[in-house]
Design a protein around this ligand. Structure first.
Ligand code: COA
Length: 506
């Protein structure tokens, strides 16, 4: 490799532990629980899972894979393809893995991302046989410096019987000092998490590890994995404009200052369009208290609009991956990564009064949101951190285009086919048609607002369902149960949610 290893492994207790990825992979046995670093493709080990997958092509074994969140081609995809995953927890976003979950080859627990560390601490996911953590360095005092995500690595390292560290010698050295590692005590022995401002530093710069547990150190030169670049298009721009109009109105009526409140944004095209839109807005001195930091956050820091951003992981396009080392030097005092049980912690989200916006797959006329399942059965990705934020935010916003699949699907439906966020948690829904502010409204008034932001071609049939439900059934939340899934049934039978004529009525 030609690099001076003592630069990366600065504590002698670890130097003689270097092994090949193949050797480390040979230690894994059938049925083991692996806690791996990694979140939105950043900070995951790469050589180890590739070697394990290769072994899986020759041998029969399966492991249970726990992570921070989604891993990329070298881990989630290669391990799914090799058929070596029995159970996946708590989030994934890989097409191959999704297919295997949906056809029953892989079990999946889709979990709130702030919950996994608690489950590991309580032992309800079993013991962690191996923690496998990508690191930029091991310091003189034996702290493991994570790379582009923290995720659940601290709790995996604390609870694991064995630890494998994958040192990535191409990781920017500026990762050191970026993280704030604070590990909670067991429930019942805790005090409050002392974060009173977005940027409060309360922990250490790395993860403490008992050297005796470190069974091996693997070396890697594989760079961070970029995510697709989400340039705004006409539709995502309209959704972003509507969301920004809602926030501007909140400022105008005096509910929020021009610095708003700490922002959490989901990942993807709409989130990036909103962040882009903020560059031209009246908002200033913004803070980001989020799970994932994507390209738009850097652009806002460059524009002087965001003054601090905290999260647990990056999700960056190739352009930003290529300039990461430079950017990290530049933004070092403006960004921070925490463990995901802290970045997504209900106590802190509620204290800081975070404004949260995430994407919905579908929303029903009373404001229940489905973020995870297509037609109520097939998983897309998972709830991720959306529930951690939605339940506890100061304002909980969901965004979606009003149509999917070229108009065959209305994303506003009578009844969602799966519920991730109940009407009790949801404040505002935004589509390209406008925004529905549901705060302070009872269900029947919410329905009026939500039907208004449905696509015009579906408004009439949504209204017909709502009027019939009110008239024939009534109650607090009027529904005709035998017709509540009529849109979904029509999609299944006729390839569209749009009723053609009188023979198929809601
Ligand atoms: N019914 C069926 N399919 C639908 C649909 C609906 N109502 N709405 C969207 N889809 C499909 C799209 O057509 C697209 O399909 P494709 O991959 O075959 O093209 C796919 O779902 C993704 O939709 P897209 O419009 O590209 O949105 P996205 O990439 O922004 O993803 C979510 C939307 C909801 C899947 C994604 O945001 C997610 O997984 N959210 C849950 C986790 C979360 O919120 N994390 C935030 C961090 S805290």
């Amino acid at each position: 490799m030609g690099k001076d290893l003592s630069q990366f492994i600065r504590n002698e207790a670890f130097l003689n532990k270097v092994v090949s990825a193949e050797e480390a992979a040979s230690w894994i046995e059938d049925g083991m629980n692996l806690g791996m670093s990694g979140f939105t493709l950043f900070g995951e080990p790469k050589e180890f899972p590739l070697a394990l997958s290769k072994r899986g092509e020759q041998e029969n074994f399966k492991v249970n894979l726990y992570t921070g969140a989604s891993l990329g081609p070298t881990a989630d995809q290669s391990m799914a393809e090799a058929g070596i995953i029995n159970l996946r927890v708590p989030y994934q976003g890989n097409a191959i893995m999704r297919g295997k979950i949906n056809n029953g080859e892989i079990y999946y627990i889709d979990q709130h991302l702030s919950h996994t560390a608690e489950e590991v601490r309580k032992g309800s996911l079993g013991k962690i046989d191996y923690a496998i953590i990508e690191a930029a360095a091991i310091t003189e005092d034996g702290l493991v410096i994570p790379t582009g995500s923290v995720g659940n690595s601290p709790i995996f390292v604390e609870k694991a019987e064995n630890v494998i560290i994958e040192i990535n010698t191409t990781a920017p050295t500026a990762y050191e000092g970026l993280h704030d590692i604070y590990v909670q005590k067991a429930q019942g022995e805790r005090k409050e998490i002392p974060i009173y401002n977005t940027g409060d530093r309360i922990g250490e710069i790395g993860i403490k590890v008992d050297p005796a547990k470190v069974k091996g150190i693997v070396l890697s030169e594989q760079p961070d994995i970029p995510s697709p670049l989400f340039e705004p298009n006409e539709e995502t721009q309209k959704i972003a404009d509507n969301l920004l109009a809602f926030l501007a109105n909140e400022v105008e009526v005096g509910n929020l200052p021009e610095s708003l409140a700490p922002l959490q944004s989901g990942v993807g095209s709409v989130a990036n369009a909103v962040l882009n839109g903020m560059q031209k807005s009246q908002f200033k001195d913004l803070e980001v208290f989020s799970e994932v930091l994507q390209d738009g956050v850097f652009d806002l820091i460059d524009a002087g609009i965001v003054k601090f951003a905290a999260g647990t992981a990056f999700s960056l396009s190739k352009k930003r991956v290529d300039s990461l080392a430079e950017d990290l030097e530049k933004y070092k005092d403006k960004i921070m990564f925490r463990p995901q049980e802290i970045s997504n912690n209900p106590e802190v989200i509620r204290r800081l009064g975070v404004i949260s916006f995430n994407t919905a797959i579908e929303v029903d006329i009373y404001g229940n949101v489905n973020s995870t399942h297509v037609n109520g059965t097939k998983i897309m990705n998972g709830i991720g951190g959306s529930g951690d934020f939605a339940r506890n935010a100061r304002i909980t916003i969901f965004v979606t285009s009003s149509l999917a699949k070229n108009g065959a699907i209305s994303t506003i439906v009578p009844f969602v086919s799966h519920i991730d966020h109940t009407e009790h948690d949801v404040d505002v829904i935004v589509t390209e048609q406008g925004y529905a502010d549901l705060r302070g409204l009872p269900p029947v008034k919410r329905a009026e607002k939500l039907i208004e932001i449905a696509h015009p071609k579906y408004k009439e049939q949504l209204r017909a369902y709502f009027e019939e439900a009110k008239e024939k059934v009534g109650g607090q939340t009027p529904h005709i149960l035998e017709k509540a899934f009529s849109f979904h049934n029509n999609l299944k039978e006729n390839g569209t949610m749009l009723f053609e004529d009188d023979k198929i009525k809601h």
